[in-house]
Write a protein that binds this ligand. Structure first.
Ligand code: 5GP
Ligand code: MN
Length: 338
């Protein structure tokens, strides 16, 4: 669904614009936010980007990063004012307001017109307008398409293109997930044509790992990876104590679940992390097996068919036990998946 004309009207005259994205922003969340912010600023709008939480250091090179406000108790008053003053709120890379944590009531009650730009399934009905395509590989791809449809592709400069390219690169797993269509490559090509260099972007994102994170990964793979061949599944649990012991920072556990999925024969993988106030789960699968369905039904979550997440208010042990109870329900489907 693409309310392109409504969005065109909305940004016709200079407005005060608030851009936000989901908690624990990844490169697509932050890259699409900063790419859109760069564009809207060029069009004469007053733009602020606020993230619900902090995000990993390997994203902080993006142009506009220095002006991003990460919501915390200290910034509550300022963010509340920004939301109240906004004419338009863009919600990028999420479709359910629960994904912006403590900012949820502020955004829900805001007088501003709200626009969702996203590629997740089943958007909640909180927005006035949407630019939404669940087949898009990344929200950053949608931002480029929107700017292009507004007739402003020539305004995409190198700093904006770097942000958008980073979002597409990471959400497609470096152009290898099934979501990587010809259109994705065409958008990537248009971004390349602005003059960006892809290798430094790749290196800043991927070859920028702290030694603490690498040693933590070594420990997890050695001690905490459980493989269940009878379900073609693998999972990892991480306790709050382990996060502390390895000085784990925001984003350090990102991508770990993919190691579980890379085990030969495994078609579904999960990681269960004790975040103190809740157990956060990330789920991944291959082929037709839907971890979205599993997360929706059993773990208050959602996402995509092959990449989803969820949460529980139980202990880590109880959550692990629940996963082990749920897996037999899917055994037949899992064994059929290749
Ligand atoms: P990740 O494992 O990277 O945190 O999340 C993978 C995907 O699952 C995200 O793109 C997001 O769509 C979805 N997701 C993660 N956590 C949740 C959640 O708690 N609720 C919902 N609805 N989706 C989630
Ligand atoms: Mn995304």
């Amino acid at each position: 669904m693409q309310d392109i004309e409504a969005i065109r009207d909305l940004v016709q005259k200079p407005q005060t614009i608030f851009i936000t994205t989901h908690q624990n922003p990844d490169a697509d969340a932050l890259g699409s936010s900063l790419g859109l912010a760069g564009y809207l600023k060029k069009k004469g709008h007053r733009v602020t980007v606020v993230t619900p939480t902090d995000y990993p250091d390997n994203l902080k090179w993006m142009s506009g990063n220095d002006e991003v406000i990460a919501f915390e108790e200290k910034s509550r008053v300022a963010v509340t004012r920004l939301i109240a003053e906004a004419d338009v709120i863009f919600c990028l890379d999420f479709s359910a307001l629960s994904r912006i944590r403590d900012m949820e009531p502020l955004v829900r009650q805001a007088r501003a017109r709200k626009v969702i730009i996203d590629h997740h399934l089943e958007p909640e009905g909180f927005a006035d307008f949407m630019y939404w395509d669940s087949k898009a590989a990344a929200t950053a791809e949608l931002i480029y398409r929107l700017i292009d449809q507004l007739g402003d592709a020539d305004l995409v400069d190198i700093p904006m293109a770097e942000c958008l390219y980073a979002g597409i690169m990471t959400d497609t797993g470096s152009f290898r997930h099934a979501s990587t269509t010809g259109d994705v490559h065409r958008v990537a090509a248009a971004l390349l044509d602005t003059g960006i260099e892809v290798n430094p972007i790749h290196r800043r994102i991927y070859d920028n790992v702290s030694i603490d994170k690498l040693r933590f990964l070594g420990y997890i793979l050695n001690e905490k990876l459980v493989v269940l061949p009878q379900y073609k599944a693998a999972y990892i649990t991480i306790t709050a104590d382990e996060l502390k012991r390895f000085r784990s920072k925001a984003g350090d556990t990102e991508g770990m679940v993919n190691y579980a999925l890379s085990v030969e024969g495994v078609v579904m993988a999960a990681i269960l992390i004790d975040r103190g106030d809740e157990i956060k789960m990330s789920l991944r699968s291959v082929g037709d097996f839907s971890v979205r369905e599993l997360a929706c039904r059993h773990f208050e979550g959602g996402g995509h068919k092959n990449a989803s997440g969820g949460r529980t208010k139980m202990t880590l042990k109880e959550t692990e036990a629940k996963l082990l109870e749920v897996l037999p329900l899917y055994q037949e489907q899992l064994l059929e998946t290749v």
